[in-house]
Each structure stands twice: as structure tokens, then as C-alpha cells.
Design a protein around this ligand. Structure first.
Ligand SMILES: [Zn+2]
Length: 106
């Protein structure tokens, strides 16, 4: 039985290495910012400004498995494809795992 402990899950990586503004993996540490009671990770001041100016469009995303709208600040982040720096977001670890299980079975 898998536990709900979301840390150290294969395929998941630390939020500190993503930019939620352009949904890409960064190859350096990103900045953590608080906005509207959520924590967001962005790569720099330009993206921070973009996040503030376009908060509704950037902060919310559809869960790549369920299609439900979720806030990036609460989401579990994964990679859309292996070896590509494009991010996908999940509401919970169950959706995260299901997404990759479906991919693996194809
Ligand atoms: Zn950025």
C-alpha cells in the first residue's frame, strides 16, 4: 500500500527547481514568493512581475490526470515527459502516480 508521504517519490522533484510562471524546470534554484496566501516558485524578478500581473491565469492550472482546476501553490509537480523540462501539476499524489501509471502502460 503506497503511503501518502509525497516526498522522495520517483519522478517528482523539489519545487525549488521550477518556474511556475512558464511551467518549466529550472536548472538552478528558483525563488520562493508568497502571493495571495500561496507559495509560488519562479525563476526571477521578471517572472515574479508576470505572476502578479497575470495571477489568475498563471496561478491556476488543470490537474494533468483529473482535469480539475487546482492552484499551483498546492500542487504536486511532475514532468510531462521524461527528459523534457515541461511541468505538469497534480492535485494529489494519487493523481500524480496514476498519470505515470497510465503513461507506462501505453
Ligand atoms: Zn520564470
Amino acid at each position: 500500500m503506497p503511503t501518502e508521504n509525497s516526498h522522495c517519490t520517483a519522478g517528482q522533484f523539489p519545487n525549488e527547481q521550477v518556474c511556475m510562471c512558464n511551467d518549466r524546470l529550472q536548472y538552478h534554484e528558483s525563488s520562493k514568493v508568497m502571493h495571495d496566501n500561496g507559495v509560488f516558485y519562479i525563476c526571477g524578478s521578471r517572472c515574479h512581475q508576470h505572476l502578479i500581473n497575470n495571477f489568475r491565469e498563471i496561478a491556476f492550472v488543470t490537474d494533468a490526470f483529473s482535469g480539475k482546476t487546482i492552484s499551483k501553490s498546492d500542487a504536486i509537480i511532475g514532468l510531462k515527459e521524461k527528459n523534457q523540462p515541461v511541468l505538469v501539476y497534480f492535485e494529489n499524489i494519487k493523481n500524480f502516480k496514476n498519470y505515470y501509471a497510465v503513461k507506462a502502460s501505453k
